[in-house]
Design a protein around this ligand. Sequence first.
Ligand code: PLP
Length: 399
Amino acid sequence: MSMDTHDQAAGWFGEFGGRYVPETLVAALDQLEEAWADAKADPKFDAEFNDLLRDYVGRPTPLTHAPRLTAHAGGASIWLKREDLAHTGAHKINNTIGQALLTRRMGKQRVIAETGAGQHGVATATACARFGLECEVYMGAEDVRRQSLNVFRMKLLGAKVNVVEDGSRTLKDATNAAMRNWMETVDHTHYIIGSVVGPHPFPSLVRTFQSVIGRETRTQCMDMLGRLPDRIVACVGGGSNAAGIFCEFIEDPDVALVGIEAGGRSDQPGDHASTLVHGEPGVLHGSRSIVLQDSDGQTSVVHSCSAGLDYPGVGPEHAHWHASGRVDYRSVPDAKAIEAFCLLSELEGCIPALESAHAIAGAIEDAKSMAPDQHLVINLSGRGDKDAEEARRLLGDLD
Ligand SMILES: *Cc1c(COP(=O)(O)O)cnc(C)c1O
């Protein structure tokens, strides 16, 4: 893989990252790190991954001009990086295909994953079906109830769904259950983490598998605009779609990078999932990053209209980009995201995921204060078919 220039020793991004795990997992993380180093040095691995991205995922995804959204904002020219057109409808498949290949390389037969809304569960089950790997997905009981269609999809794809009844019965509890299972099964099981979070080497490994988004965007901008874009805007949950597009532009200071977090209902604790905007340094799910927590260090309850952004942590590399000032992070409230969901549908004929709608809302604000000869790229991380039912509930049926 071509990009590892800002991987730092032992998985640290400034003061963030590292490995905060029980002793039983250290050997598995070492094995993964070794398999990953070995794979990167093997041109056959890169070739097979790239073939799968092309023939199975459908890459490269287009970079589409958005003329009516551009006119609506009345400033910079707006472009959409179309991860919504990737197989299964979002960027998550880039990572699960890569990690399924690594699973096979390590000689393991079984995969586990955590899922919140079910999107990472579906992407993992898809990759496992393609490679004939046994797949078990951990999902909180509350999420199973809210996302029953995704539960059915995972079952169709041959995965087993383990319902987690602990705690708030959502993503955080599912992640804890998956980690516990991994400790007992690590000799034959790989844990496919769904974002740029978790203990080293996951944050850099997932970012590298997602960096195909940034490489394609760079090439497409050079081909279509003859230069790099002025600004790139992406939504940030755990941070994988944003890291995948940002990482290829980190060393280009003239390209402004903007991460949009879920502002939810209000700035009050429990009402949002704006980790970098409101959080503090802490350890969550195996690495040191910025975390939403109370004064006792208890992880906060979070809220967003978009299930994929509803997470109290964020990848350690984002915490570092935030601290260094290289990337600007802001939040967009539910109401603005829902407005942007409708706008992109009406103006461009693309129904975006509610996660991606946060990036669209942020980008519209930014585009207004930019010049017409400037270019802004939105990472359209996924399609919104999965959110149509929720949007109907929030908006009421449209006339
Ligand atoms: C899961 C998801 C996200 C959030 O995850 P990141 O790791 O922050 O990218 C964003 N958009 C879509 C469409 C998703 O499915």
